[in-house]
Design a protein around this ligand. Structure first.
Ligand code: SAM
Ligand code: SF4
Length: 334
């Protein structure tokens, strides 16, 4: 078992034990809020982490106190060596999870099982096939739904990530909550966040208050139960009395949770991001390839982390598009 030598503590005392590793910049969907209309400039293959490099970094972070790893992307299941990476990382002393759009999930069920992977987040922004095609620019709705059902049948812990956008899917909030009635699933409504090329505008935002008011209007007060916050929570969680599943709201825009943030991100081209909203990045891959000892570099990057949303503390700062000179989400890894 890897020995923990140091803790990744920032200057505000927050300990970073949760690493998200993006395995690829590519995707088989084109969700408009994630992938810019004009596409993204992909890193040359030689600038992406190899299988060995992904494993090397994961192991190094674990030695520095990381005990939770999420594999993400782009679409992580597109990567040919996904099974190999999962197999090795699953042997590290970490709680392992995956974020996927579910399109290729049926091919990997046996691998998930043999690696002990239980926690799977799936992006699904609508329960309507035509709207799915419109938001993802691909017609894989039935496959996504079949694979979500498959994960539930096979007893995985499934969370659905639903990015809410005005005039697109806020009329489905109650449908999604009803989806939790007979399914052991957690639906997480995510506030639409601004990234490069995603045409974000605050008028498109459906915030925490709006979701909650809609839920309160639909379900009488004793039926809508507020669940306790988890440690390092990002979602405020609720359930409807008698329903099998639950739902939550991730309110990064209207109600950030930076004071309990324990997350760091490694992009597919080996850059460390100490905050989702920071346009500053630390190039671990180049340093590693040049033979530098990267532990010091990692600790410095954590020290440099700002208190709130990469320095955009006030809601007005955050909503000013001039402050968003960041990668698109598809190349960060959510
Ligand atoms: N392809 C996988 C998927 O879709 O689940 C993993 C990568 S995707 C970038 C990870 C998460 O980021 C998804 O749940 C997606 O909904 C979220 N995401 C992408 N762009 C976003 C945005 N502008 N605002 C909020 N969430 C976003
Ligand atoms: Fe692909 Fe996921 Fe981004 Fe959609 S949200 S384009 S599925 S990476």
């Amino acid at each position: 078992m890897a020995k923990v030598s140091k803790i990744l503590r920032d200057s505000f005392g927050r300990e970073h034990n949760y690493l998200r590793i993006s395995l690829t910049e590519k995707c088989n969907l084109r969700c408009t809020y994630c992938m810019p209309e004009s596409g993204v400039v992909l890193s040359p293959r030689s600038m992406l982490m190899t299988t060995e490099e992904v494993i090397y970094f994961a192991t190094l972070f674990v030695k520095n106190g990381v005990d939770k790893i999420r594999l993400t992307g782009g679409e992580p299941l597109l990567r040919k060596d996904f099974g190999e990476i999962l197999t090795v990382i699953s042997k590290l002393p970490v709680e392992l999870s995956l974020t996927t759009n579910a399109i290729l999930v049926d091919r990997y069920i046996a691998t998930f099982r043999s690696c002990g992977l239980k926690n799977i987040n799936v992006s699904l922004d609508t329960l309507n096939a035509e709207k799915f095609d419109a938001i993802t620019k691909r017609d894989h709705f039935s496959k996504a739904i079949q694979n979500i059902e498959l994960l539930l049948q096979e007893d995985f812990n499934v969370k659905l990530n639903v990015v809410l956008m005005k005039n697109f899917n806020e009329d489905e909030i109650i449908d999604f909550i009803n989806y939790t009635r007979d399914k052991n699933i957690t639906v997480r409504f995510i506030e639409f966040m601004p990234f490069d090329g995603n045409a974000w505008d605050k008028s498109k935002l459906v915030g925490y208050d709006e979701v909650l008011n809609m839920a309160k209007a639909h379900y009488p007060e004793p039926d809508l139960v507020h669940l306790p916050n988890e440690k390092n929570f990002t979602a405020r969680n609720f359930k409807i009395e008698g329903y099998q599943g639950s739902f939550g709201v991730i309110s990064t825009v209207t109600n950030p949770f930076c004071d309990v943030c324990n997350r760091i991100r490694l992009t597919a081209n080996g850059k460390l991001k100490n905050c989702l909203f920071s346009n500053g990045e630390t190039d671990l891959l180049t340093a590693h390839r040049q033979g530098e000892s990267i532990e010091t570099i990692i600790h410095q990057a954590i020290q440099d982390k700002k208190a709130v949303r990469a320095g955009m503390a006030k809601e007005e700062d955050f909503k000013n598009m001039d402050n968003h000179n960041n990668r698109s989400m598809i190349t960060i890894g959510g």
